[in-house]
Ligand binder design. Structure first.
Ligand SMILES: O=C(O)[C@H](O)COP(=O)(O)O
Length: 330
């Protein structure tokens, strides 16, 4: 049975003043966050404890030490946005897609733009996408909505020549750019001989339970495909080797990827068990926000609540970033 991550569970602060919500946010911040399975069979967040202040570095205005943008500066907090790509043309047709490289549907394009609006006030210094076009389209479309108006620039280091030919020779231009790294390790899990098959027809043929096992069990692969565990081996390793160091250095990161590569990363971030991850479902085009602080990932939910303040209220760092954007782009 499909279940949803209950984004609203932590997106229910209703005040329109994100700054006035800081007290609440400080209570939420950095306490122990526990995942539980609610009666509605979706993950909810429980928070407890409160503690120290975040030291604030303004990602909009602080001088950058990087070639490309806002914040390789010291910060003890960084934002991590995860977005599953918008609906693809094969999601629309209910086909197993896996590593087949299909583009977004019209609905998926709209979802990506909507996702972009939801994160338009959250700092993004670097972007990672899978090597697949649906994730790349999602990242690019989302960034068209960002208020900071930086330009995402896809890095090409597949060969020395590609690297040399895509160099930028203006420091100013680099500062107005967001480097985009594409990585096959973030690809959807390889669905083996299910790729291209209709999900409903496959369930009719092999039985609902069997197909659910292929789709959602942790360690049972579909025929000649990858299990979630196998997908996690490459996706989580990439996250740890390439993405975590960025967060550690204070960079705000967005990752546009896929249902299962992101499920495996969320399993790592939220320390889910192989049982818990079974009921973790990600909707297309829904951004999820984490704060990386003092070596820990704190889930802040998704900017999907009725008011965007529900998200921005959570940390002073994000609230101040937004305030600076308001000042700059009024
Ligand atoms: O690859 C696919 O078909 C989808 O992106 C994810 O499918 P799933 O929900 O069956 O894992």
């Amino acid at each position: 049975m499909a279940t949803e991550v209950c984004h609203h569970a932590i997106g229910t602060l209703q005040s329109h003043s994100y700054l006035s919500n800081l007290n609440h946010s400080q209570n939420l911040r950095s306490g122990s966050l526990r995942l539980a399975t609610s009666q509605r069979n979706c993950f909810v967040i429980r928070s407890s404890a409160s503690h120290s202040q975040t030291s604030v570095v303004d990602p909009v205005l602080a001088p950058s030490r990087s070639n490309t943008g806002d914040s390789s500066k010291k910060s003890n907090e960084a934002a991590l946005i995860l977005i599953r790509h918008g609906e693809s043309l094969w999601n629309e047709k209910n086909l197993f897609t896996g590593c087949v490289d299909v583009p977004l549907s019209k609905k998926g394009i709209d979802e990506a733009i909507e996702a972009g609006k939801k994160i338009s006030n959250i700092p993004v210094d670097v972007i990672f996408t899978s090597a697949l076009i649906r994730a790349q389209m999602t990242a690019m479309l989302a960034m068209t909505q960002h208020r900071r108006k930086k330009v995402p620039v896809v890095l090409h280091d597949e060969s020395e020549q590609a690297k040399a030919w895509s160099q930028v020779f203006s420091e100013d231009t680099k500062k107005q750019s967001i480097p985009v790294t594409t990585a096959w390790q973030l690809n959807e899990r390889m669905y083996g001989e299910l790729q291209g098959l209709n999900k409903q027809e496959t369930a009719d043929r092999y039985g609902k339970e069997q197909v659910h096992e292929w789709r959602r069990s942790y360690d049972i692969p579909p025929p000649n495909g990858e299990s979630l565990e196998m997908c996690a081996e490459r996706a989580v390793a990439y996250f740890r080797d390439r993405i975590e160091p960025k967060l550690l250095s204070g960079k705000n990161v967005m990752i546009a990827a896929h249902g299962n590569s992101l499920r495996s990363i969320i399993m790592y971030l939220d320390k889910l068990t192989s049982q818990e991850v079974i009921s973790l479902e990600l909707s297309t085009g829904i951004p999820m926000l984490y704060i990386f602080k003092e070596g820990r990932f704190i889930r802040r939910g998704s900017p999907t609540g009725p008011t965007e303040s529900g998200v921005y209220a959570y940390t002073k760092h994000l609230a101040l970033y937004r305030q600076k954007l308001d000042e700059m782009f009024q």
